[in-house]
Structure formats: structure tokens, C-alpha cells
Design a protein around this ligand. Structure first.
Ligand SMILES: [Zn+2]
Length: 427
């Protein structure tokens, strides 16, 4: 037998072994299981996992040969989903990363943050860019590395570079320089003006693996421009982005603080308003009619240390945060669809669950907050294969101590994490 034949038959054998591998059957048992849709706790649950998927919930018989993993006195629930993170960022200190580190350093930090996030019970995240010319596409690489099993990380839905007007909230130059010739970026890096450029910017992100498009509809807090809420993209530009992304089956998330920009973004058809600090009655009405999601990113107001921030940033934060709190409460009362998003690292990576505590503090019931971080978030991401515990869905499952419907703080006590059938944390 020639060497080439023996190598190919060896490869064939490997393929056969690989295709047989997912047959490993696991029967997960727990004293309690959360049914997020009904908002009820069921007792003595068994979930069968075959390979990457859930194959049965509370089967009449556990098939012989299944490995039984008894988690005991915990509540089994769907893996949590954070729809607003920045994995490659580690702190909001305005350190000049663009000039002070190479992209490999950012990639390694992103991988570490992703692992921390997974072990905190978040099996899927949507990453909305780091406002940084080299780190943004790294997050797309992290997403692909996660799916390939190269790193321990959540499933990542990444946006590539976020889109901003020249000099706008997401223009990386806003953080480091107003000097002519320094970081003058174009549509490839997300800095795009006018319909033609925003379409090109959108296509470029999608070419490089973006699964969501992030835009900056208005000015923001965490950058040095004067206003916090001024509209930046025109409605026509936002509409062009939404239409172009939509042709690829991709949704648009709009960073938006000020009322005019929020309402223009909703009319343009974005899938979610991020922050939404100054939503008014018209915004809430339109969001309900169109099913636009609101991602509050509310916990950061309780957590961020404003003292260390540059003065204009601190002043904007002090102005907008109390207003956002009132408006978010109005949005919750109005019954707008809400998906959970922490804006980590503004809430430290791994403490993403604190957003659920703040949502309850703002008036949501624990079951509504948990739905925002599971079924609603999966709906916003366009990933119907997760967010619930049901046969056929991905085996993205976590377990927490106690009963999170009685005490939402239990979401911070994550004792078990399974992503796509693989166990990353066990009691
Ligand atoms: Zn953010």
C-alpha cells in the first residue's frame, strides 16, 4: 500500500470517527428548570442533549447509555444572551489603544473577555464594535474562532466596524485626535457620509463577516463631541443602510440617545435602539407598532465611576443618565419590546448579569427581565435556535443557584454552563 493511500484511508477513518462523535448523549438533571416563556419554575427536570442540540425535555425514559449529569439543587435555564457588548474593550478609561498596542494584544484581550463572559452564563453575545480601526474585525475573527472551537467563548454575532458620520460618535478619531491627517478613515472603517458611502461601508462590513450592522444615529456620551443626543446620520442615510443590510438578511442596531435621532432611526427601520436615553411618547408608539427593540444598557449608570472621565464626558453622563432612567421606566410601562444589553466593558465583562438586576429595579418583573435576556434577545438577533429549552434547539444551557424568579440576583450565581452541548463550567 502506497503512503498516499494509507494516509487517505487514515483520513477517511478519522472522518467516520468525527461523524460518529456527536452521538454522545447527556441527560442533564436539575431540581428546578425555568420555562422562560410561561415564567414558571418546573421541578425535577431532565433535558436530553445529543451532540450540539437538545433532543428531549422530560422524556418518559432516559435512553440507556446516556451519561447522566445530575446538577442537583439548581435552576436550569436557557443560556443568557447579551445583545450589546464590546469584547475587545476592557475599561472605559480612554486609554489610547489605537496607538499603544498592536492588534494581537487586542485579540488576546478579546478572547479572555469572551471566556469570562461565557463562564458568567452568557452563551451568546452581540458585539457592537470597539470604535477602533484594528479591533473591530478582530471580533469577527473571535466569532469564527468560537464557532470553530478554537477559543472558549460565547456564540458571537459581530458587526465589524460600526458606521458613523465623519467626526461622529463612533469615529475612532474622536477618542484620540482632531489633528488633520491623523486617523482620517473612510467607508471601509465605517466612517461614511451620504447614501453611496454608507452603502459601501455596509457592504464592506458584510464582506468581512459582519452579521449585524451597528450605526451611530446620534452623538453619544463616551466620546468628546459636544452634544450627547444630536442626530448624526440623516434618515435617508439610515434607510439606505437598513435596506442594504436587509438585502443580505442582516439587521441594523442603532446607537441613539437624542429624540430626533431615535425617531429617525425607528422610521428608517432599524431592528434595535441602543441606549434610547431620550425616547419620547412618539418613539414608544412607533417602536410598539413596528416591533423595534429597545436595548437599555441601564446598569452602567449604577456601576460606572464618572470621576475618572474627561470633563465633557462626565458632564454629558451626569445630564443624560437621570433622564434615561425616567424614559426607560416609561418604555417598560408602555410595553415596548426589550432585549438585554449590558454595554460591557462599561459593566465589567463577566458581570453582564447586573443588567437584569437594574431592569428589575426599573420596574420589570424578573420573568420579563429573563425573557429579555433569552427569547427576546434571540428574536432580536434572528437566532430562533436558542433562548428556550426545547427539543431541536441548541443545547445552550446554564444553571444558577436558588430561584431567579424569586430573587433575580441569582443570575449572578452561575454554576453550570453548556454551549452547543459542550460543558464549560460544572458544579
Ligand atoms: Zn456600547
Amino acid at each position: 500500500m502506497s503512503r498516499s493511500v494509507s494516509v487517505s484511508s487514515w483520513l477517511l477513518m478519522l472522518c467516520l470517527v468525527a461523524s460518529a462523535a456527536p452521538a454522545e448523549l447527556i441527560a442533564l438533571r436539575a431540581d428546578r428548570m425555568l420555562d422562560v416563556e410561561s415564567g414558571r419554575i418546573l421541578s425535577n427536570a431532565t433535558v436530553l442533549v445529543d451532540g450540539e442540540h437538545i433532543t428531549a425535555v422530560d422524556p418518559a425514559v432516559v435512553p440507556p447509555g446516556a451519561e447522566v449529569v445530575d446538577l442537583g439543587d439548581v435552576t436550569l435555564m436557557p443560556g443568557l444572551i447579551d445583545t450589546h457588548v464590546h469584547l475587545t474593550g476592557s475599561d472605559p478609561s480612554f486609554r489610547n489603544l489605537v496607538f499603544s498596542e498592536n492588534s494581537a494584544a487586542g485579540a488576546l484581550r478579546g478572547a479572555a473577555n469572551a471566556r469570562t463572559t461565557l463562564l458568567a452564563g452568557f452563551t451568546t453575545v452581540r458585539d457592537l464594535a470597539q470604535l477602533h480601526p484594528t479591533l473591530d474585525l478582530i471580533t469577527v475573527a473571535l466569532a469564527e474562532a468560537s464557532e470553530a472551537g478554537l477559543i472558549e467563548a460565547p456564540h458571537i454575532v459581530a458587526c465589524g466596524h460600526a458606521l458613523s458620520i465623519t467626526g461622529g460618535h463612533i469615529d475612532p478619531a474622536m477618542f484620540v485626535s482632531s489633528a488633520e491627517g491623523v486617523l482620517e478613515l473612510g467607508p471601509e472603517f465605517g466612517i461614511a457620509d451620504g447614501v453611496d458611502e454608507v452603502v459601501k461601508a455596509t457592504r464592506y462590513q458584510i464582506k468581512h463577516g459582519a452579521k449585524v450592522i451597528k450605526i451611530s444615529a446620534t452623538a453619544g456620551v463616551m466620546s468628546l463631541e459636544g452634544s450627547v443626543g444630536a442626530q448624526q446620520y440623516t434618515e435617508a442615510e439610515m434607510r439606505a443602510i437598513v435596506e442594504e443590510a436587509g438585502r443580505h438578511g442582516i439587521k441594523v442596531a442603532a446607537h441613539a440617545h437624542g429624540t430626533e435621532g431615535i425617531n429617525a432611526a425607528i422610521r428608517a427601520g432599524v431592528a434595535s435602539i441602543e441606549h434610547g436615553s431620550l425616547v419620547d411618547e412618539e418613539s414608544l408608539q412607533m417602536m410598539k407598532e413596528r416591533g423595534t427593540y429597545l436595548v437599555l444598557t441601564a446598569a452602567l449608570a449604577d456601576i460606572m465611576q464618572l470621576d475618572g472621565l474627561p470633563t465633557p464626558v462626565r458632564e454629558k453622563a451626569e445630564y443624560v443618565m437621570p433622564l434615561a432612567r425616567e424614559n426607560h421606566q416609561a418604555a417598560i410601562s408602555a410595553g415596548v419590546k426589550i432585549a438585554m444589553g449590558s454595554d460591557a466593558p462599561l459593566v465589567p465583562h463577566g458581570q453582564n448579569g447586573r443588567e437584569l438586576l437594574t431592569m428589575v429595579d426599573l420596574g420589570m418583573s424578573p420573568s420579563d427581565a429573563l425573557r429579555a435576556a433569552t427569547v427576546n434577545a434571540a428574536d432580536l438577533l434572528g437566532t430562533p435556535d436558542r433562548g428556550r429549552i426545547e427539543a431541536g434547539l441548541l443545547a445552550d444551557l446554564i444553571a444558577v443557584g436558588g430561584d431567579p424568579l424569586q430573587d433575580i440576583e441569582r443570575v449572578l450565581d452561575v454554576q453550570f454552563v453548556m454551549k452547543a452541548g459542550e460543558i464549560y463550567l460544572a458544579p
